[in-house]
Design a protein around this ligand. Structure first.
Ligand code: NAD
Length: 384
């Protein structure tokens, strides 16, 4: 894949040379002082926008960078209207230079949009996870894709711990009973368990996976992890988790499986019918990574049959999830909209990280190396 990306990139570069547009015109750092058109796509907050001065991640507060951008002569357009040929985003595609989006309300940047975006140089993700962008197309077009790596990893790890407990304790039916004026202890207790002594496996143990494992340690669980890369022995020992190189060996052992890897060509649809059949009957799944790592229908069927005993997560495909999305109606689900990585603390961090990258872009400086998802026509290693 690396070779393909490089080839396409080379092709794009050659085309750019011959027409004096294309790759070189899209080089990340244009001459300083130039006015840029920056478009931000965020979720709308309406009345909630004024309820907290640090609520930066919405359309209304626009990451708190409007004055800063406009006083430097840049144009900053912000919208939540991102779908269809007549949407607000589409109007700005032909002449924008920078597109900022968040995974919570993703602007889907398809190859077609990239083709139309003749001035586009930089795609920034205010958060983590840039799978809403066609990364191969972005690489081939010489675009830079970067995210605020690490900005909301604590937020997501804490949320995952909460979801594990919510499923393990069968919390949601109890909450619903209270709302509905009911009282039926048996209806909850027959499938509520302690976390202690259970086997928890994370598929992906990068920044979020490691933080989750650290947080799980005091619960006295058996902790397993599968990843492309094994941790350093000292870290593994400190966290108290065992590495399982072969995912097929880890899955049947787990009472709880947590997904903590990016959506890539390798992980898309990884949890299909066959993979799910390898899971322990009654397994609980937490997925705050990306919905498309799961085969949507296979999850529904396994929930209906009871093979999966509970599923919780905040990620959907697509987002916002349509009213008829089948995961809304599965038994034993504890789903929410995409919220785990957009706590106020996380918003402050990803707003600051986005501003920092814009500042570097205007000055012609490099971003922190770990932020790059696509640079110079090449995808970050885990996306290849
Ligand atoms: N729900 C949210 O609000 C939210 C917020 C942040 C991140 N996320 C999602 O969580 C993902 C992980 O975030 P992170 O900060 O921990 O990323 P990270 O890059 O630190 O860790 C990802 C880990 O996955 C591993 N991995 C990648 N491909 C793999 C494969 N095919 N098989 C096994 N392991 C593989 C990598 O080696 C790495 O250790 C993000 O990519 C994003 O999709 C969701």
């Amino acid at each position: 894949m690396r070779i393909m990306a490089t080839r396409r990139f080379t092709g794009a570069a050659i085309r750019a040379c011959s027409f004096s547009s294309g790759y070189f015109a899209r080089r990340l750092h244009a001459s300083s002082g130039e006015s840029k058109k920056i478009v931000g796509v965020f979720y709308k907050a309406n009345d909630y926008a004024t309820k907290n001065p640090n609520f930066l991640g919405c359309v209304e507060n626009a990451l708190g960078i409007r004055n800063w951008l406009e006083t430097q002569g840049h144009q900053y357009i912000v919208t939540d209207d991102k779908e269809g040929p007549d949407c607000e985003l589409e109007k700005h595609i032909p002449d924008l230079h920078v597109l900022i989006s968040t995974p919570f309300h993703p602007a889907y940047v398809t190859a077609e949009r990239i083709k139309k975006a003749k001035n586009l140089q930089l795609l920034l993700t205010a958060g983590i996870g840039s799978d809403h962008i066609d990364l191969q197309a972005a690489a081939a077009a010489g675009l830079t894709v970067a995210e605020v790596t690490g900005s909301n990893v604590v937020s997501v790890a804490e949320d995952e711990l909460m979801r594990i407990l919510i499923l393990m304790r069968n919390f949601v039916p109890g909450y619903n009973q209270v709302i509905n004026g009911e009282w039926n202890v048996a209806g909850i207790a027959y499938r509520a368990y302690d976390l202690e002594g259970k086997t928890i496996g994370t598929v992906g143990a990068g920044r979020i996976g490691k933080l989750l494992l650290q947080r799980l340690k005091p619960f006295g669980c058996n902790l397993l992890y599968h990843d492309r890369l094994q941790m350093e022995p000292e870290l593994e020992q400190e966290i108290g988790a065992n590495y399982v190189e072969n995912l097929n060996e880890m899955l049947p052992k787990c009472d709880v499986v947590v997904v903590n890897m990016p959506l890539t060509e390798k992980t898309r649809g990884m949890f299909n019918k066959e993979m799910i059949s390898k899971l322990k009957k009654g397994v609980l799944i937490v997925n705050n990574a990306r919905a498309a790592i799961m085969d949507r229908q296979a999850v529904v069927e396994a929930m209906e049959s009871g093979h999966i005993g509970g599923y919780s997560g905040d990620v959907w495909d697509p987002q916002p999830a349509p009213k008829d999305h089948p995961w809304r109606y599965m038994p034993n689900q504890a789903m929410t909209p995409h919220i785990s990585g957009t706590t106020i603390d996380a918003q402050l961090r990803y707003a600051a990280g986005t501003k920092d990258m814009l500042e570097k872009y205007f000055k012609g400086e490099d971003f922190p190396a770990q932020n790059y998802i696509v640079k110079d026509g090449v995808l970050a290693p885990q996306y290849m």
